[in-house]
Design a protein around this ligand. Sequence first.
Ligand SMILES: CC(C)(COP(=O)(O)OP(=O)(O)OC[C@H]1O[C@@H](n2cnc3c(N)ncnc32)[C@H](O)[C@@H]1OP(=O)(O)O)[C@@H](O)C(=O)NCCC(=O)NCCS
Length: 455
Amino acid sequence: MHKQKKEVVAGVSGIREVFNYIRRYRQKTFVLKIEDSLLDSTLFPLLMKDIIQLHDVGINIVIVPGIRHTIEQKLDQAGIRTRFVDGVRITPVSALPLVKLAAMEVAETIISQLGAGGANGIMGTWIRARSLGVSQGIDFEFTGRIEKIRSDIVVKLMEENFIPVLYNVGFNSTGKSYNVNSNEITCCLCRDLDVIKLFFIGQDEGIRVENLTFPGEIVPNANGIFSNLDLSQVDYILEHNTDQLTYHYREYLENALEVTRPQNGVNRVHIISGTREGSLLTEVFSSTGLGTMVYRNDYAYIRMATPEDVPEILLLMEDYVKQGNLVLRSESEINDRINDYYIYEVDRAIYGCGALYPQDNNQGEIGAIAVNPSYKCKGVGKKIMRYLIGLGQKRGMNRLFLLTTQTSDWFYGFGFYPGTPSSLPLGRKVRYNNERNSRVLLLDLVSRSQDTTPG
Ligand SMILES: CC(C)(COP(=O)(O)OP(=O)(O)OC[C@H]1O[C@@H](n2cnc3c(N)ncnc32)[C@H](O)[C@@H]1OP(=O)(O)O)[C@@H](O)C(=O)NCCC(=O)NCCS
């Protein structure tokens, strides 16, 4: 192809990629933790402009400023020295007014920049905190821990098109103020709000591989940065680099692990530099960002069941059997086919289960789909289903089927279509329970794309 034409085609596909991302992220929430050391950078106004552009295309933005650098400056000027214990600053009463001043100054600078670009930032603490107290004989004085964030206020402000800026001061029920950690604010927001992306924007371009031990399958990018890390790789790096990881890197990675836990819902955490032009937009609008992205593998929590899981599987299914959603299976029936069962497990708690039973004629039956009522409607069922469909594809099955009494609408969402008992493979047809009269649903796998294949 002619060089100029090639460039135009590449440009067009880039534009299409951006539109796709905009569609995907509109009305979704990003939380941005921005280090205050960037405030003096000549590129800071450009970074703020990029944030406003994201907001302008309909992405909800919440900003949490890091304040450490400004606090240090103020304490130095006042000749006050403070001590850190495990990365946590002890805040004496003399330091508290300076902490507050630093927090407000930084938030105010951010809001002015937003205002200059035509966006409405609004600052507040909306944070209920209490004293960290005395731990192992050490009194943390006016350092606090977050009790709760008024996330309802944050949501309302975003609905009104504001960009909330939450700085690191919290109040207790009597109005006493505490210095709280901005990373803790970030994590709380990710727990409370429906956040899909969290950005740590600082001086680091990402996590550098230098001096670190990491799993062999990871290939760093040309700049010596980890481009993508899944959660098991993050675990590995944290575990094998106790002394090598800087405080910053450890904090980024530990927070990334925390917010991407299934109950928190953040899919991706990006660690990017605020001193490299365009790093935020590149990270959001292209598949090859410049920093480090930590991502959750949707299937990381699914594993094959073992005989030890059988009592819990039975317990999980018990009520659904009583309600008529599931057929009764005995302990020995499950045990005999335990390798066909898969469970979704987090921190040793079983959130859900499902099974794929191989059948004649290269077919597979999906069954025993159940989600613990406490974790319903959080996507657990969908992930189990997609996993089992992907497994069927991987095993070269050409058709999946299932029998259901009350859940057909849900299964249609995965592409299943209605069949009849006569569509079942012979061995299964003879065991069809006419009295139960379940609906038969079918899914042909041959023509399906690979996107459901478990990683
Ligand atoms: C059906 C079941 C597996 C869904 O799992 P889940 O983790 O709660 O569901 P997900 O979070 O993946 O999906 C939620 C969506 O499914 C919908 N949904 C849940 N149960 C449904 C049902 N019986 N029929 C139709 N839609 C249903 C929810 O309304 C929600 O819709 P939305 O995304 O538009 O808000 C779960 O509710 C369950 O265990 N049910 C009882 C057991 C059962 O019926 N198993 C199937 C036997 S054949």
